[in-house]
Design a protein around this ligand. Structure first.
Ligand code: UD2
Ligand code: MN
Length: 564
């Protein structure tokens, strides 16, 4: 009896050990069984908790992302002579390896044209499934004097880590690099076409040239020093296929500019900016973070970094491509992001798509008009076309932008009207409410109409009265603080009593959220933001009212005069 029990225990133990080994083997198996072959919606049949511990430990080198589709590198490069191409331009002994490209080109050359990188995605990404009939894309890469090894690694990583059926073509735009040979040689790679600009255009016009020659219905933009990671393309094309108004980008991993190590970027970041239109990565707001139960879900982002994104070609064209009066580098990511959000689209970062990029500390190329002037010109165009009254904060943050040339924006304003895009206020309220409007200094003014001043009598009564006192001797009842959207007098604010024309205005305790208290200047008039009606004294002794805006009317003309 005891022997039988001992045997049973032994058998069970062996079965348990074998089961555990099988389980571990399943878990570590490269994910190359390709999501393509699986249908949509099948979940992973493993205990989630244990897997998480294993895969979330980023110190364990994870599966190497060799292309499941293509194992032979010869296949992706065709007759292209990689060795000769790379040997054609080499760092001379004693040369500074950072000088020409602002990254360590010696290290990049040493790595060669392909290498294994870590799959940096959340483990759950590997079990997602994508449609088997995703549309193909044209990859657009513009470059100006890019190092040969980084550019070739970008191209090769795309060819080796994407399902071949999804890559219609790779369009390179050589933005008038010093050596025209790079473009000619790279064109020998299957699927690669190279267009060379006859003069330096900058990345914005170059990308438009690439997009105009693209054959696929989906555009994918990449910088010329990237390495794409496992299954990078499918999540992005899937999202755009489901809704063509989405503009999607991957999490951009970091390739060290010193030793070219491939480093995982945080999955909790989105794109943001400050009022000087300086791009920054920022934490996802805490409420959104808490609401994200599934780490594979898209992250809404107010702006994209700019270099790496996927967009439907017809949508790109419909929305007006890019502002082609922007030069060289900078600002186009804000312009595109504002336009996409305001004109009916959305922007998102997809955590299951990862692309590495060499982030640099300086530009390795020259700006014909100078770096600062070009950035101001480009961002000023974005601010003038899209930011409405909020552009004042851009100018306060970047006073040097005032008075700098930025060319005509009439075409872009026409486009904005034609597309019937929302006001920037909508973006502030719905897309980026975390961007704080700078505290305005409370400046006291009198609100003058002709020789009279707006005055309060008691708590809620108002009227026009003779202006009294000079400078700081002005009576409190005639002092106003215009802090958009409020018109305040100490703790009381100017409010309408009803939303219809002819309604009286009165004073009541201030509340920035109260729609009856929101005003904005409209020429010389003060317009109530919600009703669209204007403050009108009716030139009568009675209290002012709101009536249809006619800013040329004397009774609607309010001249704020700062009290000094
Ligand atoms: C970021 C974007 C970049 C662009 C830029 C703002 C990423 C990863 N990169 O700067 O794509 O949106 O912000 O404008 O989000 N290039 C030309 N002609 C030029 C200058 C540059 O073709 O006159 C190419 C360059 O070779 C590179 C690409 O444009 O492939 C972007 O330039 P970058 O790498 O210097 O910009 P980056 O990454 O600092
Ligand atoms: Mn770049």
């Amino acid at each position: 009896m005891r022997r039988i029990r001992a045997n049973a225990i032994a058998i069970l133990t062996v079965a348990w050990i074998l089961g555990t080994f099988y389980y571990l083997w399943q878990d570590n198996k490269p994910q190359s069984s390709s999501s393509q072959t699986r249908g949509r919606g099948h979940g992973q049949k493993v205990v989630p908790g244990r897997l998480e511990i294993h895969r979330d430990d980023r110190t364990i080198p994870l599966i190497v992302t060799q292309a499941p589709q293509i194992e032979q590198q010869g296949q992706v490069l065709g007759s292209f002579d990689e060795k000769a191409y790379l040997a054609g331009k080499q760092l001379k002994p004693g040369d500074d390896p950072y000088r020409e490209h602002a990254f360590n080109v010696q290290e990049s050359d040493r790595l060669g044209s392909e290498r294994a990188i870590r799959d940096t995605r959340h483990y759950r990404c590997a079990s997602l499934n994508y449609d088997t009939d995703l549309p193909a894309t044209s990859i657009i890469i513009t470059f100006h004097n890019e190092a040969r090894s980084t550019l070739l690694r970008t191209i090769k990583s795309v060819l080796m880590r994407s399902p071949p059926s999804l890559i219609q073509e790779i369009i390179l735009i050589d933005d008038f690099s010093s050596d025209p040979e790079d473009c000619q040689l790279l064109s020998q790679i299957p699927k690669v076409r190279c267009l060379r600009n006859g003069r330096r255009e900058g990345l914005i016009r170059s990308r438009v040239r690439g997009a105009n020659s693209a054959l696929a219905s989906i555009l994918t933009f990449l910088d010329s020093h990237c390495e794409v990671n496992a299954d990078w393309l499918q999540p992005m094309i899937q999202r755009v296929k489901e809704d063509h108004t989405r503009v999607v980008s991957p999490i951009i991993d970091v390739i060290s500019l010193d030793n070219f190590a491939y480093l995982a970027a945080s999955a909790d970041l989105r794109g943001g900016f400050d009022w000087s239109l300086h791009f920054k990565w920022e934490q996802i707001p805490i409420e959104q973070k808490l609401a994200r139960s599934d780490p594979t879900q898209p992250i809404r982002t107010p702006v994209i970094a700019g270099g790496i994104f996927v967009m439907d070609k017809s949508w790109f064209n419909h929305l007006g491509q890019y502002d082609t009066h922007m030069d060289i580098w900078g600002g186009e990511n804000f312009e595109l992001s504002f336009r996409v959000w305001l004109c009916g689209g959305s922007l998102e970062i997809l955590p299951c798509s990862r692309v590495g990029h060499v982030f640099r500390k300086r530009h390795p190329y020259d700006f014909p008009e100078g770096n600062a002037l070009t950035y101001i010109k480009n961002t000023r165009r974005a601010a003038e076309v899209w930011m409405d009254e909020y552009k004042q904060y851009y100018y306060s943050a970047r006073p040097s932008a005032q008075g700098k040339a930025y060319g005509s924006i009439s075409d872009r304003l026409t486009l904005r009207r034609k597309l019937n895009c929302k006001p920037f206020r909508w973006y502030m309220e719905n897309v980026y409410p975390e961007l704080r409007v700078p505290e305005q200094e409370a400046v006291s003014s009198v609100l003058k109409q002709g020789g009279l001043c707006l005055e309060t009598h008691g708590t809620d009564d108002l009227g026009l009265a003779e202006c009294r006192g000079i400078g700081t001797n002005r009576p409190q009842s005639q002092r106003w603080e215009l802090i958009e959207p409020l018109i305040r007098q100490q703790d009381l604010c100017l409010a309408i009593s009803a939303f219809t024309a002819g309604s009286k205005v009165k004073m009541e305790p201030c509340n920035t959220k109260e729609p009856r208290q929101k005003w904005k200047p409209k020429g010389a008039a003060l317009q109530h933001m919600v009703s669209g009606l204007c403050l009108d004294s009716q030139i009568a002794p009675g209290p002012p009212v709101i009536s249809q805006c006619r800013p040329q009317l004397a009774s609607q003309s309010w001249e704020p005069q700062v009290i000094t």
